[in-house]
Write a protein that binds this ligand. Structure first.
Ligand SMILES: Cc1cc2nc3c(=O)[nH]c(=O)nc-3n(C[C@H](O)[C@H](O)[C@H](O)COP(=O)(O)OP(=O)(O)OC[C@H]3O[C@@H](n4cnc5c(N)ncnc54)[C@H](O)[C@@H]3O)c2cc1C
Length: 594
């Protein structure tokens, strides 16, 4: 076992982790930062983001408008103090990236260009063609290299947090290349480990998105907030789940059913009961568009593919020049994976699990209830996304709250005296090491990791998909509890230390099961429909009982308990979510009244 003494450990080298590490280094170059990541930084999921990052920059836009879109998009489950801070800080963070070298696409006058995005009523999404995440991550990665206080531990898989007497003490990790176990002793830890979409069978998420950091914080005693809210993105490629960015619709793409009809005009995009005349059409928010797909499928209006039902994304009318300039990656992906060149033919697409609104409970400073423990990025719920995240808010969230986590953790590490806990922390670290080593000692292999994982993922899709009801969620809870019990029957086939992916798969599965259980139990208890959580047996939003964050608490081998926390409302009382024609009519009425 190797011990590394550091001031701050950051778990994750994606957008949030690198932004946080830079913020620590800028705040105090004297603080040692250890960035622990299970993959090389540029392989983090942030690299896959295509569409762009939201921030007010246009003359016709305002912070109030970005706030309103975010809060109504989140079906009023967002904490409004966090959203206010977020929209105000967003443009500064995007300009900061520009100064660090991010090649944003430009207008003919040379200003950063913006594109429309679903649920954003004004064009405010900054983009770098359709490779925005790649350029953002690359910019952060390059910038992080200039700080000697940042030391990276690439391909180190963290397994558990060390917590003593309500204060974080470090993190345990396995060096993947050698199998050696490392204990990072730190005054503060920032979890920036990304989402966990891989708990579902069909997702846009990279293979590494197994919710490890969420599970680590959860086991350490931090509640997971709003886990029932799982976002389906309406345009994934059948089979692979590869995303075709919302930028496709932002640039003017159509969604059509098997008869070539732009079916979104038939949906008001309300909850379970669709009403006609949706003028927002393809630029409605993701939850509503995915729900409209479900209704089209029920009506038999979808196209049948070997990988399930689909509709068509039609980009042909945009023309080859625009597709090549604005959506080159989309053309590549559709041609390579579907043999469908969008310049010539419509591309089959279907809703696919994309993002988890829920995550590690933090306050507005990215602080968790454990002293010295911070979280930012997709693994955290701060919470600006509420019941449904708007496309392009996540990349900006990484910057705003990654920066904030870094600055606050630096402050904490500077102020914190040295805790007198060496013996207890060492004993705890030893326990974790033994837990890992015990897996090497298990002889009989009664279960297969991949099979248990498939059972879990299918159960989640069945019970916690686009539409849910009591009986199916209950069945999912039971299946997950059963699969959790069966993980005790897993043993290693590969007993070597070097690049032992067999070991990592078991540890990932255990993490996934814990967060899957939090998703299912939070969904079971929320007896209303809000944002991405739509219940066929409770179709209305219920602000009296459920204008609250759910908080799932870890209970070891038992099922989690769920209680609730009030949502912070500062200036926007809960109202109706309006898009397209209805939103325009309301704006006109308000103008006339003024
Ligand atoms: C295909 C796709 C396209 C998207 N497009 C957009 C978009 O256009 N606009 C937008 O706003 N959002 C978009 N999103 C969402 C957004 O990209 C993500 O939410 C965001 O990038 C997550 O960043 P992160 O830093 O929190 O995590 P990630 O970038 O996922 O990084 C997680 C890091 O944690 C590390 N890690 C995880 N587990 C462990 C462990 N056990 N031990 C050590 N390290 C660990 C990983 O190695 C990695 O470095 C998209 C998402 C996807 C999947």
């Amino acid at each position: 076992m190797q011990v590394v003494e550091t001031d701050i450990a950051v778990i994750g080298a994606g957008g949030a982790g690198l932004r946080a590490a830079i913020a620590v280094a800028e705040t105090d170059p004297g603080l040692q930062v250890s960035v622990v990541s299970k993959v090389l930084p540029m392989r983090s999921h942030t690299v896959a983001a295509e569409g762009g990052a939201a921030g007010v920059v246009r003359d016709n836009d305002s912070l109030a408008a970005h706030f309103d879109d975010t809060v109504s998009g989140g079906d009023w489950l967002c904490d409004q103090d966090a959203v206010e801070l977020f929209v105000e800080e967003a443009p500064r963070q995007l300009v900061r990236l520009e100064h660090w070298g991010c090649p944003w696409s430009r207008t003919p006058e040379g200003k950063p260009d913006t594109r429309p995005f679903g649920g954003m009523k004004i064009e405010r999404t900054w983009f770098a063609a359709d490779k925005s995440g790649f350029h953002i991550l690359h910019t952060l990665f390059q910038t992080s290299l200039q700080f000697p206080s940042i030391k990276r531990y690439d391909e180190f898989f963290s397994t558990d947090l060390l917590v003593d007497d309500g204060r974080v003490a470090g993190v345990v990790a396995i060096e993947v290349r050698t199998g050696e176990i490392y204990v990072f002793k730190a005054k503060a830890v920032i979890v920036a480990s990304g989402g966990g979409g891989r708990i579902f069978p069909f997702t846009t998420n990279g293979a590494i998105k197994t919710g490890d950091g969420m599970a680590m914080a959860y086991r350490a005693g931090v509640p997971l907030k709003d886990m029932e809210f799982v976002q389906y993105h309406p345009t994934g490629l059948p089979g692979t789940g590869i995303l075709l960015t919302e930028g496709c619709r932002g640039e003017g793409g159509y969604l059509v059913n098997k008869d070539g009809h732009r079916y979104l005009q038939d949906y008001g995009l309300g909850p379970a009961t669709p009403e006609p005349r949706n003028k927002a059409m393809e630029l409605g928010p993701r939850d509503r568009l995915s729900q409209a797909f479900w209704h089209e499928d029920q009506k038999g209006n979808t196209i049948q593919t070997p990988y399930g039902s689909a509709v068509h994304l039609d980009l042909r009318h945009l023309g080859e020049a625009k597709i090549n300039e604005r959506l080159p990656f989309v053309r590549d992906l559709a041609t390579s994976y579907m043999l469908a060149d969008p310049v010539k033919v419509p591309v089959p697409v279907r809703p696919v699990v994309h993002y988890m609104m829920g995550g590690i409970h933090t306050d507005i400073d990215a602080k968790t209830p454990i002293a010295g423990l911070y979280a930012a990025g997709e693994c955290a719920a701060v919470s600006i996304n509420g019941a449904n995240r708007l496309g392009s808010n996540s990349l900006t969230e990484l910057l705003v709250f990654g920066d904030r986590a870094g600055r606050h953790a630096a402050q904490f590490a500077r102020d914190a005296g040295k805790a007198d806990n060496t013996q207890r922390v060492d004993a705890q670290a030893k326990d974790h090491v033994q837990k890992i080593e015990a897996l090497f000692g298990r002889e009989e292999r009664k279960e297969k990791t991949a099979e248990l994982r498939r059972t879990m993922a299918n159960a989640l899709e069945e019970g916690c998909g686009i539409y849910r009801d009591e009986a199916r969620i209950q069945a999912t809870c039971e299946t997950i509890a059963d699969v959790r019990r069966r993980t005790a029957g897993l043993a290693l086939q590969d007993r070597s230390k070097i690049f032992n992916t067999d070991l990592l798969s078991i540890l990932e599965l255990e993490n996934m099961l814990e967060i899957a259980e939090a998703v299912a139990h939070s969904a079971l208890q929320r007896k209303e429909s809000r944002g991405s959580h739509q219940r066929l047996d409770h179709t209305a939003r219920d602000d009296t009982n459920f204008l609250k964050h759910s908080m799932a608490h870890y209970q070891g081998t038992q099922t989690p308990t769920v209680d609730y926390l009030d949502v912070v409302i500062t200036k926007s009382p809960p109202g109706e979510r309006l898009y397209g024609g209805a939103a325009e009519a309301k704006a006109k009425k308000m103008e006339a009244a003024e």
